[in-house]
Design a protein around this ligand. Sequence first.
Ligand SMILES: *Cc1c(COP(=O)(O)O)cnc(C)c1O
Length: 394
Amino acid sequence: MIETDPSTTVDPASPGPVLLAGELAEAVVDHEAVAANVRALRDSAGTRLMAVVKADAFGHGAVPVARTCLAAGASWLGVTRVSEALELRRAGIAAPVLAWLFEPARAEEAVAADVDLSVSSPVDLAAVARATGRARIHLKLDTGLHRSGCPGEDWARLVSAAAALESAGRVRVAGLWSHLSHGGEPDAVATHRQLLMFRVGVDLARAAGLRPEVVHLANTAAVQTNSRHTAYDLVRVGAGIYGIGDGLRPALTLRTRVVQVRHVAAGRGVGYDHLGRTTRDTHLALVPLGYADGLPRAATGRASVWVGGRRAPLIGRVCMDQVVADVGPEPVAVGTEVLVLGAGDRGEPTARDWARWAGTNEHEIYTGIGARVARRHVGGAHGIAVPGVGTEER
Ligand SMILES: *Cc1c(COP(=O)(O)O)cnc(C)c1O
């Protein structure tokens, strides 16, 4: 076991030492969990894996998560915006990166940084062909999500225009792709329609002379439920990396500490509009996180946190910066660790619990964690090795 400084490390799986000096709250990202999720998903898919690190890796930290995913066997990275791709390049990451929200004003920059771009129309295609150098592009067919991509009726025109530009040395069509509307429903009529249309679209592109390096369709849910028909050459996996999905491990623990404790008699109103009311003689613990930090206001009246070895319901409204936990007749000490969400091993709520309380999904819970929350990376080659989390222990 290695020596660790308790003031700068934390074990999210056991009652931890104090938080990093000066930080009121932190999101601890367990890179062992990220790596294990990548390996499990790649095994299920049986193909190459693109780690989707958009939106700062769903709030987990794009650059460190990207490095861990690549070390664990991912061979591509996927993001939405060019700025996100450039952040990866600035960090020295050289793996193939696809940015799929087409931004004509940033095509030049993206091509210069060797970032692959998604193209959905002849107008997009003309914009990338104007960029200096040879743009690497992925042609996107809209097979039924109706969000972005080339409509079916325009596809033949798009692929032949792309083939002509490729012959002229202006672009390289590196990929053909689409996105599913019901990734987790292999038997949905919509899925069958999309699979059929995609197959026809890929055939048309090949007939036009295109020879893409990768054809890709599946997201996490499709990998988990239908990899046989959706995996192609590459799967684009976001949610699963972070532990959203069956049999995967949540990687992020959001923790803070109690900053104040008070005794309050039964029947007292708590917080704005006195929405909460004590039902017994109790102790209220002030927890310094609120909706600005990602605790959804919509979870008011349903949420709880893990503090002092027990689940304590939040009482009153979720405020912008603070919430109040009703810890019961036995007080907790100021400074006691509060687990707001995590993998659930110690009894703390999970992102799925928060999503249920707020009527949303885990993705929104993770991406909502605010900038005031420090990110700390532990475990694996790219985090700080700590007992119980680092590779030394396994
Ligand atoms: C977010 C996203 C993905 C990843 O989907 P998950 O369900 O998070 O695995 C894949 N493709 C596109 C186009 C996306 O926007």
